[in-house]
Design a protein around this ligand. Structure first.
Ligand SMILES: [Zn+2]
Ligand SMILES: [Zn+2]
Length: 642
């Protein structure tokens, strides 16, 4: 008998050679029907693979990330099987699961292939799936593996086998199709009930431009038809919310090839929105004891030699700026931290001065390959809502709690309600790769975990994910479409204080190193605005939105009154405009809806006589008539950040 430990800590005994599927069956038949694979001592295995010794086992279903990726990877095998059946002689590269779905890189030889063929392949896949072909695992020797694919004439698999170690090679067969694969897979193809092949692209074999370009077929699959339908709806919705599309329609930002790829140009409305975000955070930071600083966009080479960044400047990054002075070099600032370390050093610090909190909306530049650039989410120049906290080791927990408060305040004001904190700790097996003393690491790791717990944050702990210079806490946010984004980071750093020889005088009159904490609630303004646009579909919170209302006179006759209303409403917190175009009122309302203007104030004969406005709300419709004062207090109440 062997002992199997389940995730709830319970231990059950089974015959040696039992499988995850049998374990599931012993719990319930319903569970067994849904088990796709299992984590056995942390490694993902086929549900049908015999377990020969004591193990901890986690059964994986569609609800687990590893369950999904096993499902999608198995779907890639099904895709290959369908391709081989439809197009004999097709050669196969690799077919992994990706974040959503899977792909397979294939070589069709001389055969023309286009996205028009995808439907036929989907149908074939579904036909094969219905026959519930079992994924059969078989260990093979290297020479047998080479013989098999030599006979089949698949040079890509031969190329892969070449790098594999004899004794560790497995084949998986389902139906008539055999693939080189280490697994794992779902029990049989019958689990796959809905398939959509989404895209066809070119991909060089092994990512090497000098080698053959293969055809990459992307797809996604689900255990239920309804999940595919929902998925396709989400894709449609995501297209409508794409920040690049909305950013253009709402006139927030633009790009110009002449200015340079990946360098956003903020238009007046986008700038106003961004400035409001900045002043919102500045106010909150001022309350929390931060000092605002400003540093230049470039820094001397010596600064980056000290910080350690110099070593990382390679040929694949922005190149140094030279001056007429022989040997003098400056670099575009990739991060604000080194500059802030020098500000900390500008005067002696005592333990009583700490924490020192230096904040800067600092613009930084990082080279990204042009293929990697994407709207505002991947750019070459961006502004971080950066701050560096320099504190004593005993202050780390309190500082974390304060930053957590600040981040949650930001999320609340902007309508992000679904988030978790991801805490990244050291790998306890490999402590030598981390800089900083054992004592400080223990202190900081506990401080972060306790701070998150005391603030009631839902938290996941990732062991071994810490940077070499310190543990951190990242906020993972789910947007309205259920997509995950990393926003907001709090990172402990033992490296830069060491490199910059930062000090404070302790109560013992001795010199000590402060702990440095990097933090950015937005991350960067560019990326944050992109995520925000997609999260709220361009319907920004009223306090932030560029124009909160528009006044729509029914005809020219009411323009004067309209302008008077505008004058009496506009102040520092309230802003709007008036539509004086010679258009029908219906057209003006439709245009205001498209621009997502939150309120429309319609003005005609009756309104003018009674000194009122007729109010319509975006997406909600008629709100009735009210006085200008009533409308003003309605707005003021709604823009309060509660
Ligand atoms: Zn596989
Ligand atoms: Zn920093």
């Amino acid at each position: 008998m062997i002992k199997i430990t389940l995730p709830d800590g319970s231990v059950r005994e089974y015959e040696k050679g039992t499988t995850a599927h049998q374990i599931a069956l012993s719990i319930s038949e319903g569970l067994a029907r849904n088990v796709l694979a299992a984590e056995v001592n942390g490694e993902v295995w086929d549900a049908s693979r015999p377990i020969e010794s004591d193990a901890s086992v986690k059964l994986l279903t569609w609800n687990d990330d590893n369950g999904k990726s096993t499902f999608w990877h198995s779907s890639a095998h099904l895709l290959a099987e369908a391709l081989e059946a439809l197009y004999p002689g097709t050669k196969f590269g690799i077919g992994p699961a990706i974040e959503t779905g899977f792909y397979y890189d294939v070589d069709f030889g001389d055969r023309d292939f286009s996205s028009d063929d995808l439907k036929k392949i989907e149908d074939k896949m579904l036909e094969l799936a219905k026959t519930k072909e079992v994924f059969d695992r078989k260990a093979v020797s290297k020479s047998d593996a080479l013989t098999y694919f030599t006979e089949k004439g698949d040079e890509y698999k031969l190329d892969l086998i070449k790098d594999l170690e004899d004794g560790k090679i497995t084949f998986y067969t389902q139906g008539n199709f055999t693939d080189l694969c280490r697994g794992p897979h779902i029990p049989h193809t019958g689990f796959i009930k809905a398939i959509k092949l989404t895209n066809v692209a070119g991909a060089y074999w092994r990512g090497d431009e000098s080698r053959k370009q293969l055809t990459r077929i992307y797809g996604v699959s689900f255990p239920k038809q309804s999940e595919l339908t929902e998925y396709l709806q989400r894709i449609e919705e995501a297209k409508k919310r794409d920040h690049r599309k909305l950013g253009k329609e709402l006139e927030l930002f633009t790009f110009s090839e002449k200015v340079g790829l990946g360098l956003p140009l903020w238009l007046p409305k986008g700038t106003a929105l961004r400035e409001r975000l900045v002043s919102f955070l500045q106010k909150a930071q001022q309350k929390a004891g931060y000092d605002q600083v400003i540093t230049p966009h470039i820094g001397h080479k010596n600064l980056y030699i000290t910080s350690g960044h110099y070593d990382k400047y390679g040929a694949d990054s922005f190149q140094p700026i030279k001056t007429p002075q022989e040997g003098e070099e400056f670099f575009l600032k990739p991060m604000n931290c080194p500059h802030h370390c020098e500000i900390y050093k500008s005067k002696p610090r005592s333990y009583k001065d700490l924490p020192v909190r230096l904040a800067e909306f600092g613009t930084v530049y990082r080279y990204e390959q042009s293929g990697e650039l994407h709207g505002l989410t991947r750019v070459r120049g961006f502004t971080q809502d950066d701050a560096h906290l320099f504190c004593r080791p005993d202050q780390v927990k309190e500082e974390f709690k304060k930053v957590i408060d600040l981040v949650l305040y930001v999320f609340k004001a902007l309508g992000f309600e679904d988030y978790i904190a991801q805490v990244s700790l050291r790998d306890p097996e490999n402590k030598s790769k981390y800089i900083g003393s054992e004592e400080n690491w223990v202190l900081a790791e506990n401080a972060i975990i306790e701070a998150a717990a005391e603030k009631g944050l839902p938290t996941v702990v990732e062991t071994g994910e810490a940077a070499f210079y310190g543990p951190k806490l990242d906020f993972m946010v789910k947007d309205a479409l259920g997509r995950k984004w990393q926003l907001g980071t709090i990172q402990v750093d033992y490296n830069l204080p060491e490199r910059f020889e930062l000090e404070y005088t302790g109560s013992d009159n001795q010199k000590h190193r402060p702990v440095m904490i990097h933090r950015a609630p937005f991350g960067s303004l560019e990326r944050f605005v992109a995520v925000l646009i997609e999260h709220c579909a361009g319907n920004f919170p009223l306090w932030l939105t560029p124009e909160q209302f528009t006044i729509l006179p029914i005809s020219e006759k009411f323009e004067e009154y309209g302008k008077k209303v505008l004058d009496s409403l506009n102040n520092s917190d309230i802003r709007g405009l008036i539509d004086l175009r010679d258009e029908k009122i219906g057209r003006k309302i439709r245009d205001a809806e498209v621009k997502k203007l939150p309120y429309m104030l319609i003005i005609g004969e009756k309104e003018m006589q009674d000194g009122m406005v007729s109010v319509r709300k975006h997406g909600e419709g008629d709100k009735g008539s009210m006085t200008i004062e009533e409308f003003k207090s309605l707005l003021l109440d709604e823009i309060k950040i509660k």
